[in-house]
Structure formats: C-alpha cells, structure tokens
Design a protein around this ligand. Sequence first.
Ligand code: 5RP
Length: 229
Amino acid sequence: MSDDFKRLAAERAAEDVKPGMKLGIGTGSTAEHFVRALGARVRAGLDVVGVPTSERTRELAEAEGIKLATLEELPELDLTIDGADEIDPALTLVKGGGGALLREKIVAAASLSMIVIADESKLVECLGAFPLPIEVNPFGLGATTKAVEACFARNGLQGKLVLRGGAEHPFVTDGGHYILDAHLGRIADAARLAHDLVAIPGVVEHGLFLGLAAKAYVAGKQGVTVVEP
Ligand code: 5RP
C-alpha cells in the first residue's frame, strides 16, 4: 500500500516538470518512482536534463533514457524532486535514510525550488522518531562521535548514535563517508541542532533539511494532498 502511495505522489510531481527544465533527481524508493514516471514522459518527447543525487539514481535514470548532467555542468537547477523520511508541518525534513543526504542537500540547495514526494506515513508533528542520519568523515570517527554526543547534551537531547552498517562493515556513502544514525525520539528545535551539528569538525552534513522544500505531494487513502509550509 505504502509503495502505491509513493508512486502516486511521484507521478503527481512528474506532471509538474516542464520542457527545458534542469532537474535535481532524488534518491530512494519514492524518487525511483519519480524517475520511472519521468522516463515515460521523456520517451514521449519531453526534453529535460537531470542531475542525480546518487550513483543508484544515476544508473536508473540512465536506464530510463533521461539526459543527465553533473552539478559542475549545471550549477543552477530549476526544480529538485526528492523523497523524505520525515516531514513536519513547516516542511522541515529528515532525510538520509537511503544514505544520499549530502548530495541531496547540495542539489536541493542549488535548485530554485524543491518538491518533496512521500506517502502519508512520513508526515509528523515533530521530527525525530526516525533516526537522524549524520554523515561523518571516517577519520577520527571516535572523536567526532563524542563531539556529536556532547552537542546533543547541549541541546537537551538524549539518544543513541549507531554507526550505520556496524563497525565491521560500515555503510560508505557515495562521497566515501560514514553515517551515524542518531536515535533521538524528538527534535524540538531542529534549527538549533542543525546549526550546532555543522559546526563540529568531522561532521560532513546532517539529514535536517530546513527551508529547502517549497511543497510536498503526500499520498494516502484520500489521494494526493499538497502540503505547503
Ligand atoms: C535518501 C533519502 C530518501 O529520500 C528517504 O530515505 C526516503 O526514502 P523512501 O522514498 O525510500 O521512503 O533521503 O537519502
């Protein structure tokens, strides 16, 4: 069911793509539905160019026949369409469940607009039930972990940090980094936490997306709802 909702939201977003657009293309199962819907429009004659946010998305988009470029070639994009792990009423997001948060954030920030696509389970009143992904440099992992824990304490947060994939086989991002998943439960002040996390040496990026999404297409039993901040 949730996958059908993801597809519905993705197909709605694909309708917003106009000829000539330069697109940021997200990562994850919902974004993959978007890539397939966009591929169908491209094969029907739509001329667009996309910048993928992960190697996984690049491979699928290529297979769908979508023209691709790098962000170096197209540093300004018209629209990014991407999924999310959590969406709050202000359209602050938690992203990175698929491990692509760094490129996703760079691409979204380089876009004039961002549309989030999701099934209704992603809507929350307060962020934090989904573990917050924090991308870190492998160098000095222990020191960075301690600094992140101290940052949580200063923010009045308690929670466990888990190295994604485990110490034996850590998950490695497209950028060659590791991910610490922070089980916080509730993030009352996402802006303050975001500000404090990026100030830590060793933290490359975190999955809090503030002020980037313009609207969300959220699909559920009632169909697709437009959520705006
Ligand atoms: C990847 C992401 C995804 O957009 C997020 O994890 C949602 O994934 P899905 O569409 O599979 O539910 O942020 O880094």
